[in-house]
Write a new protein. Structure first.
Length: 469
């Protein structure tokens, strides 16, 4: 028995199945700039660069109250529990038992009771038990490795939820401030059109303008009025969205700076590919791959026998007064070995399934990296092109304001019809709304850069959300 136990200890360090090695990934060394500069930017709590305390408060509230974050934390706890259960198989399982019974033996059984013997008797039994399954071929070790990787993967999943939450709250807030600004433009425009309508109503009574021109002015005024409830609806829906992200009932959202006052976060022209290795989705995909790889070893271990040692020490007596005395002592010690002989492909099927699961995890890991590279390139290019687009929209608004001013001067001097003024002012109204949308798109693309690169800022947000115990 002693030699067998010594052999078991030596062999327990072995584990069947492949050890994990990270797949080779062909990714660019860098995009456009050096690593230190990009790393510093990636580790920044970038939402604070907007300079809006209201936005900072919303993000902090979301990190503490968002239900998706809480679900992700509970998921981590669930995998931690599974890991603890799996690890427990490394150690002997200790237990106890006690039984007291009143019995009657058959008088004519085998062997028959002697004449005059009382067939009724009591029986008291108590024992301490131990059961130890020896992990000779590494099955439990591989299962533990898989469970540990599942914990790491769930933790990265939680960090991914935090990354997405912060980005979504910031994007929603930018969208809300954009709708607020567009509503201001629509109300101001409607007010100006309303004043024009009143003025031209007097001109119509004086016979200065025709009813056709008056109808054009009325149409222009109603168009501006129609934009107001549509924007008010968008604002209410955006507030409801942010409220749900905060983990509270739909309701109004506190504002801070206007969209014109928000300072765009500083973003470098590019970033090195190494930064992507810190993205939660990539880390999660790799840990799922680690878990799948360990599953192959756990499946292959089923080909080999499993050994276990069981023992019991206790007392058995028909008299309670003798229950704990020396003569009632009883013990047992057993070694058992169980292994497969003919399984008709059952184990082979499990091994093939585990190997296919690993191959699927490898492909998913590679696909996740490719998607990360695409998202990062899209965000970098988008941040540059939306800036150009926003600047062009600002120039267009400036030109249309001048065009509208000159058109009204020409109309007042009788050099042009009101149709020219109508076209100029309608174009200006639409351009002002589009300029705000382009400004929001510019800020959103900057947010997407930080979301795409991941980085140390996720850890800062994670600290606010609270790491699960």
């Amino acid at each position: 028995m002693r030699s067998f136990l010594a052999c078991c200890v030596l062999l327990s360090g072995c584990a069947v199945g492949p050890d994990y090695s990270r797949p080779a990934i062909d990714s660019p060394a860098e995009y456009r700039i050096d690593y230190p500069k990009a790393a510093d930017v990636a580790n920044t709590a970038w939402w604070e660069q907007f300079g809006d305390p209201a936005l900072n408060q919303l993000i902090e509230e979301a990190l503490r109250g968002n239900l998706d974050v809480k679900q992700a934390a509970a998921r981590v706890d669930r995998f931690l529990g599974a890991l603890r259960t799996t690890r427990s198989q490394f150690f002997p399982q200790l237990g106890y038992g006690f039984d007291a019974s009143r019995n009657r033996a058959s008088s004519v059984g085998q062997p028959p009771l002697a004449p005059g013997t009382d067939p009724n008797y009591s029986l008291y039994q108590g024992s301490l038990t131990a059961d130890w399954q020896i992990d000779l071929f590494g099955r439990v070790r591989r299962q533990t490795e898989s469970a540990q990787a599942a914990v790491y993967a769930s933790e990265q999943g939680r960090r991914g939820v935090i990354l997405s939450l912060v980005s979504t709250v910031a994007t929603a807030y930018v969208g809300l401030r954009a709708f607020d600004r567009q509503l201001e433009i629509a109300r101001d425009t409607a007010k100006n059109y309303g004043e024009t309508q009143q003025l031209f109503g007097l001109r119509l009574k004086g016979g200065v303008i025709s009813e056709v021109e008056m109808a054009q002015i009325e149409s222009q005024y109603q168009q501006a009025l129609a934009a107001i409830p549509a924007l008010e609806l968008s604002i209410a829906q955006q507030e409801n969205l942010i409220s749900i992200l905060l983990g509270r009932n739909p309701g109004p959202i506190a504002r801070g700076k206007t969209i014109d006052e928000l300072a765009p976060p500083a973003i470098p022209a590019g970033l090195p590919a190494e930064l992507l290795e810190r993205r939660p989705d990539i880390l999660q995909a790799e840990q799922n791959l680690v878990s799948a790889n360990a599953g192959i070893g756990a499946a292959k271990a089923l080909y080999f026998p499993s050994f276990s040692i069981t023992g019991a020490f206790g007392s058995v007596s028909t008299q309670f007064s003798d229950f704990l005395t020396g003569p009632s002592k009883a013990w047992s010690l057993a070694l058992s070995a169980v292994g497969p002989l003919f399984t008709f492909g059952s184990i082979e099927g499990q091994v093939r399934s585990a190997e296919a699961a690993k191959e699927e995890a490898v492909l998913f890991y590679q696909q996740t990296i490719l998607a990360a590279l695409r998202e990062t390139n899209d965000a970098l290019i988008g941040s540059q092109k939306t800036l150009e687009q926003s600047e062009a929209q600002v120039r267009r608004v400036r030109a249309l304001r001048n065009y509208a001013r000159l058109s009204r001067v020409r109309f007042d001097n009788g050099a042009a019809s009101y149709v020219e003024v109508l076209v100029a002012e309608n174009d200006l109204f639409g351009a002002e709304l589009n300029a705000v949308s382009s400004q929001a798109d510019r800020l959103t693309q900057l947010i997407n850069v930080y979301k795409a690169m991941g980085g140390g800022w996720v850890d800062a947000a994670d600290a606010v959300a609270g790491t699960p115990k």
